[in-house]
Design a protein around this ligand. Structure first.
Ligand SMILES: Cc1cc2nc3c(=O)[nH]c(=O)nc-3n(C[C@H](O)[C@H](O)[C@H](O)COP(=O)(O)OP(=O)(O)OC[C@H]3O[C@@H](n4cnc5c(N)ncnc54)[C@H](O)[C@@H]3O)c2cc1C
Length: 406
C-alpha cells in the first residue's frame, strides 16, 4: 500500500493514523475531517468544558507539535462525499478526489434531531466542540429553566452540569425510566432517583409533541415553558455519504469480526475497514453483533482496524476484535462505569454495596452467564469483574467473585 486514507478526524481516526505509523507503515497517510478542529476529546464537552472549568485547548488529543510529528496529511474542514470502491477513490465535498490503496472509515455519529429543530435558536444539541461552546455561553448565567429532552447518558450529563451552574432543570423522557437502553429499567431508575435528590426534575413516560418558541409541547397539550432546550435523543451513524458506495449499511457500516467492511453483495471489501461509533460487527466474545458508542471502543477499534489493514496487506492473518466493552459517565458526584453488555431482558442483582448508599456493584445476567457489570461510585469493584467477563464466567462464579468485595 502506498496511501491509506482515514475518513473522520476524531478519536478512532486519530488512533488509526497513530497505529499505522507505530506499526511502521511508511506510505502516505491522509486524514479527512469534516470539522475544522484537529482531533479532540468529546467526553468533556458535556462535563468540564460545558461547565466552563476547562478551555478547548485542554481537550485536544495530542499536543500541537505532536500532531505534526505523526507525518500525516490533514484535510480538515472538508467532508467526504462519496466512496468509489472499485476505483479506490474518495470523493470530497470540495470536488477533489483522493486515490487510496487502504481506507479506514471513522466518521462516528451525528445527533438525531426532532422535526424543525434547526428553526429554533434556543434549541441545542451536543456532539461537537462548537455545540458545547454555544450551549456553555447560554447556560453559564445560571438563570434559565433548561429542558433536556432525552434521559440517556448525554442528556443526564448535560442536566447535571446545567443544574450545577445554577439553572432549574427538567428532563423529559418517553420511556418509563432514564438510561433504559444502557442500564435497563431498574438501574436506570436508581440513577434517575439520584438526579432527583440533587434537584433535577425528571419526568419519565412523557411524549414530546414538538418544539415551541416558548418551550416544549407535550402530547396532551401541556407546554413546558423554557428558554433553553437541549435535545439528547441519541445519535445515528454518519453513513449518509456512503449511500451509493456498495457497502452494506444497517444502522452503521456492517463489518466482519476483523472490522473489514462488508459490501451489499455479501463479501468483504479488501482494504476497507471501519472503527468507532460508525460500525457494527460481531463481537465473538459475547456472540453478539454490536455497535458501541463509547470512548474506549473508538480508541481500541481505531488501532485494531489499522493493525488488521496492515496485516492483510502484508499477507498476514487479521485478528478478530473481541473486547469486553467499557464506558463511564460522570453526573454530579456520581461516577457510572459499565463493563460488558446489557439487554432489557437481563436479570440484575446488586452484588456489593447498596443503591441507598449510592455506592454499589450490579451484575447483569443472561441465561446462566454473566453479561455485564455496573459500578456506581465503585471503580475497584467493577474493574475486578473484567476477568470474569473476558472469561465468559458463569453466573454462579461471578457472584462468588463479587461476594468477596468489601
Ligand atoms: C458530549 C459527549 C460526551 C461523551 N461522554 C462520554 C463518556 O463520558 N464516556 C464514554 O465512554 N464515551 C463518551 N462519549 C462518546 C465518545 O466520545 C464517542 O464514542 C467517540 O467520540 C467516538 O469516536 P469516533 O472517532 O468513532 O467518532 P466521532 O468522535 O463522532 O468523530 C467522527 C468524526 O468524523 C467526522 N465526520 C463525519 N462525517 C464525515 C465525513 N463525511 N467526512 C469527513 N469527516 C466526517 C465528524 O465531524 C467527527 O469529527 C461522549 C460523546 C459526546 C458527544
Amino acid at each position: 500500500m502506498d496511501r491509506v486514507v482515514v475518513v473522520g478526524a476524531s478519536l478512532a481516526g486519530l488512533r488509526a493514523a497513530e497505529t499505522l505509523r507505530n506499526e511502521g507503515f511508511g506510505g502516505q497517510v491522509v486524514v479527512v475531517g469534516a470539522e475544522q478542529h484537529r482531533p479532540y476529546d468529546r467526553p468533556p464537552l458535556s462535563k468540564k468544558v460545558l461547565a466552563g472549568e476547562w478551555e478547548p485547548e485542554r481537550i485536544y488529543l495530542r499536543q500541537p507539535d505532536s500532531f505534526d510529528e505523526l507525518d500525516v496529511e490533514w484535510r480538515l474542514g472538508v467532508a467526504a462525499a462519496g466512496l468509489d470502491l472499485d476505483g479506490g477513490i474518495l470523493h470530497l465535498a470540495d470536488g477533489t478526489d483522493i486515490l487510496f490503496d487502504g481506507c479506514i472509515i471513522a466518521t462516528g455519529a451525528v445527533c438525531r434531531q426532532l422535526a424543525e429543530q434547526s428553526r429554533h435558536a434556543h434549541v441545542h444539541e451536543l456532539r461537537t466542540l462548537d455545540d458545547s461552546m454555544r450551549l456553555r455561553a447560554e447556560l453559564s448565567g445560571g438563570d434559565h429553566h433548561a429542558v433536556v429532552i432525552g434521559a440517556g447518558f448525554i442528556g443526564l450529563e448535560v442536566a447535571a452540569t446545567a443544574k450545577q451552574l445554577g439553572n432549574r432543570v427538567t428532563v423529559l423522557e418517553g420511556a418509563p425510566a432514564p438510561l433504559i437502553r444502557g442500564l435497563g429499567p431498574e438501574m436506570g431508575a436508581a440513577i434517575g432517583a439520584m438526579h432527583a435528590e440533587r434537584g433535577v426534575d425528571i419526568r419519565c413516560g412523557v411524549q414530546v409533541e414538538g418544539l415551541h418558541e416558548d418551550g416544549v409541547l407535550l402530547a396532551g397539550g401541556e407546554l413546558i415553558e423554557s428558554d433553553l432546550v437541549v435535545v439528547g435523543i441519541g445519535v445515528v451513524p454518519a453513513t449518509a455519504w456512503l449511500d451509493d458506495s456498495g457497502l452494506e449499511i444497517r444502522d452503521g457500516i456492517v463489518c466482519d469480526a476483523t472490522l473489514n467492511a462488508r459490501s451489499i453483495d455479501g463479501g468483504v471489501r479488501r482494504g476497507v475497514y471501519a472503527a468507532g461509533d460508525v460500525l457494527r460487527w460481531p463481537n465473538h466474545l459475547f456472540d453478539e453483533e454490536m455497535r458501541v458508542e463509547h470512548w474506549t471502543n473508538a480508541a481500541e477499534q481505531g488501532a485494531a482496524a489499522a493493525r488488521n489493514l496492515l496485516a492483510v496487506s502484508c499477507g498476514n492473518e487479521p485478528e478478530p476484535y473481541a473486547p469486553v466493552p467499557f464506558f463511564w459517565s460522570d453526573q454530579f458526584d456520581i461516577r457510572v462505569q459499565f463493563l460488558g453488555c446489557s439487554s432489557p431482558e437481563d436479570d440484575v442483582h446488586v452484588a456489593a454495596g447498596s443503591v441507598d448508599d449510592g455506592k454499589f456493584l450490579a451484575l447483569y445476567r443472561t441465561g446462566d452467564k454473566l453479561h455485564g457489570a455496573l459500578g456506581v461510585n465503585s471503580p475497584r469493584w467493577v474493574m475486578k469483574m473484567r476477568g470474569s467477563l473476558a472469561a465468559g464466567a458463569s453466573w454462579a462464579d461471578a457472584i462468588a467473585v463479587a461476594e468477596n468485595f468489601e
